[in-house]
Design a protein around this ligand. Sequence first.
Ligand code: KIV
Ligand code: ZN
Length: 394
Amino acid sequence: MSQDYVRIFDTTLRDGEQSPGATLTSAEKLEVARGLARLGVDVIEAGFPAASPDDLEAVRRIAVEVGNPADGGHAPIICGLARATRSDIDKAWEAVRPARHPRIHTFLATSEIHMQYKLRMTRQQVLERVEEMVSYARSLCEDVEFSPEDAGRSDPAFLYEVLGVAIRAGATTLNIPDTVGYTTPDEFGALIAGILRHTPGIEHCIVSVHCHNDLGLATANTLAGLRAGARQAEVTINGIGERAGNTALEEVVMALHTRPNLYGLRTGIDTTQITRLSKLVSNYTGMPVQPNKAIVGANAFAHEAGIHQDGMLKHTLTYEIMRPETVGATQSKLVLGKHSGRHALKTRLASLGYALGEDEMDQVFERFKNLADRKKVITDADLEALVSDELYQP
Ligand code: KIV
Ligand code: ZN
């Protein structure tokens, strides 16, 4: 794969489903996985098979049906998560092995806090477990991803050592998680650059980034990691995930797409599928998308201020950095409210079939402003009423 290609690893069905209350049925998971394949993601992390028999079965169905498309089309890698234990790895393998391209993803924490309080393991024990479990996973599957959990708060020198062990044991992708969303873009970019510089054998592997959004920096950190040389981004649709969520797929993909000269990187995503999948995930998980959410929020392509609407009517590039159709949204919206101007009102009236003279327009505009002071959004029905009051008053 060429150096400028960024693999999109979607974990909506694993880390995303860990959002409180976002549980999906197997049928819903399958439908989302189909949507992800249509979107063109490179890897679908379909679940955590050791979590429950249901999860194992859901991952297996996705491996069978989405990981083996009958039409011979795009077959994404189907990945299952496993703690660094034999029984978890066995379950992950059982679930993903029917896929044309299966992957086992195993992880073990490397920060002092996690090793001391959660794992109660020494550094030496962690190194030994990584060696043993990555080798075991690799004895089953050719494609093995390893993540040092809480890498963002780990000692970089220890990280280089752990990653070196994982590479020698057969890991093919090394994922660097900022598990608690603690780092800033400068730090995270430097962490990835340091890993690429100091880890022996890293040039034979893909370095991946996996960021959480506790400080609202997940997308910025992911982009900093890609800039530093990572070539896989782990993301979720709408940014759903534990606590404040994961990096949003749509934000990273559209940042790379909209700023090709800045990053010089590309993905295999069909961006026109983004809005459709965002809606599907929101409906199935019951997690509404905030209106001002970048790319997929209801207001992402809506304009209310008169100056902006006037600009948009003259040239859309004045206030939009991408066309809504590029992400599969229907069209830009000029929302009529108290900030709107005469140009937008006149254009909307014309689209409703009213060509008013200047005097009539003055009257309607004045009434429109009075109404907008009382009502947040003026609908087409409101406009019809305003115009007929004006045109047909005795
Ligand atoms: O955030 C995290 O550390 C994870 C790992 C399991 C990769 O989700
Ligand atoms: Zn995570």
